[in-house]
Design a protein around this ligand. Structure first.
Ligand code: FAD
Length: 396
């Protein structure tokens, strides 16, 4: 039976990037996945346009028990590596706000270009393979599948996490890590909408979108907020969800770029509070934020207490989400394989030589803005290079 230099589990962003990096350096590589097409999440990312990197990426854009872990891989893989790759494959891209880079036409182009690059370097595909288990004996890894065993001198686990299961995501990567003695930082849904408690003050505003600031766990994010049937979503909420823990209150500022007291002062004494606020916020939101008795007062009638109450409701609206919408609606999995057990330079396990973990399966969670795909490429490349260097040193 063929023994591959590297068997990579997961033909997603990280697995494919690792595969072509190692194969381009002469290694025999096999990519195994239960999906019928590789790169499903690349194809659906960013609404089909895929926010593939961010020009301002630094370690501060990631949540992990060890915030320094990502530094080495990031230092060796800049956003310009991706720009160069896209340019080489004639894939048009554009920069959007906050230095986010997106495909201009479709993320299918990027997924297909990576797939083609793997094939060009001789990567062998084992798609539609259900994996039933992994064993390691005499320095060889054996992957048991419904189409027979696959053997490799090295094994890369690039299986992502359980978020967004409708794209084929599972927790199998975490289970393999546990099998080989790795600790798992408890997985949680990240970049997910919040479900709000039944009967909360702003219920029934579904469809309204406003710019807002959310303070969550000592971090502040400002972006658009969208009311949904069950709670709130939008970029600002997805950001906050990465820092949120159960029962933690969040503080929302619905007018992040002005001060309500100043606006009222400038409006003069005659207009109703409702009229002044209606110029700044959607009427239905104003009705949810303020009791009618306060909204129907003229500005001149407001007491100090009224003004404080108004300021608190508009600028510091405090609420405790019931929960996030869960793994089904989460764009990424927070937590994962504890980075304590992994080399930050090579992504190799410190417990078992030849075993590697890359991408989202690790306890590395990027904020919204292209950071998760960037991590998938960067960690995939670090492992691909390390595999090639290790093969070289064995030959020498
Ligand atoms: C809707 C959505 C939009 C997103 N948009 C963006 C964005 O614009 N920018 C950004 O940076 N990030 C985005 N992300 C996150 C990003 O897609 C992921 O973080 C990234 O794809 C992780 O790469 P990975 O290679 O680690 O895992 P994945 O890309 O998830 O790849 C894992 C692979 O493993 C396979 N697999 C899993 N379990 C098994 C099993 N048991 N047996 C066999 N195969 C298995 C899967 O089929 C998959 O091919 C988005 C995610 C979602 C869900």
């Amino acid at each position: 039976m063929n023994i591959f230099d590297a068997v990579i589990l997961g033909a997603g962003a990280s697995g494919m990037w690792c595969a072509h990096t190692a194969a381009a350096r002469g290694l025999s590589v096999c990519l195994v996945d239960h999906a019928k097409r590789p790169g499903k999440k690349i194809r659906i990312a960013g609404g089909g346009k895929c926010n593939f990197t961010n020009l301002e990426v630094t370690h501060a854009d990631y949540v992990s028990r060890n915030p320094h872990f990502v530094k080495s891989a990031l230092a060796r893989f800049s956003p310009w590596h991706m720009v160069e790759f896209l340019s080489k494959h004639d894939i048009a891209w554009e920069e959007r706000e906050h230095s986010q880079l997106f495909c201009q036409r479709s993320s299918d182009e990027l997924a297909t270009a990576i797939e083609d690059t793997c094939s060009m370097h001789g990567v062998e595909w084992r798609l539609r393979h259900a994996i039933s288990g992994i064993t390691h004996t005499d320095g060889l890894f054996t992957v048991a599948t419904d189409n027979g065993p696959i053997k490799g001198r090295n094994l890369v686990v690039a299986l992502g996490g359980p978020a967004w299961p409708q794209a084929g995501a599972t927790d199998f990567g975490h289970r393999i890590a546990k099998q080989f003695g790795h600790a798992i930082v408890a997985p949680y849904p990240a970049l997910a909408p919040f479900a709000m408690p039944k009967g909360w003050a702003l219920e029934g505003l579904s469809g309204i979108a406003v710019p807002a600031t959310i303070e969550c766990g000592e971090k502040r994010f400002t972006e658009n907020l969208l009311f949904t049937h069950t709670g709130i979503s939008g970029p600002v909420v997805l950001h906050a969800s990465c820092r949120w823990k159960k029962d933690m209150p969040i503080v929302i500022d619905f007018l992040p770029s002005s001060q309500i007291e100043q606006e009222l002062k400038e409006a003069g004494g005659k207009p109703l509070v409702r009229t002044v606020l209606g110029r700044l916020l959607p009427d239905r939101l104003v009705a949810g934020l303020l009791p009618a008795a306060l909204a129907d007062k003229q500005v001149a009638q407001l007491s100090r207490q009224d003004l404080d109450h108004l300021t608190q409701r508009v600028h510091s609206f405090t609420v405790t989400p019931a929960r996030t919408e869960g793994m089904k609606r989460a764009e990424v999995t927070g937590g994962g394989v504890d980075t304590d057990g992994i080399s930050s330079k090579t992504m190799e396990s410190k417990r078992l030589k030849g075993l590697y973990f890359t991408g989202e399966v690790l306890d590395v969670t990027g904020q919204l803005g292209g950071f998760n795909l960037h991590w998938a490429w960067a960690s995939g490349q670090a492992a691909g290079i390390a595999l090639a260097e290790s093969a070289e040193s064995i030959k020498a």
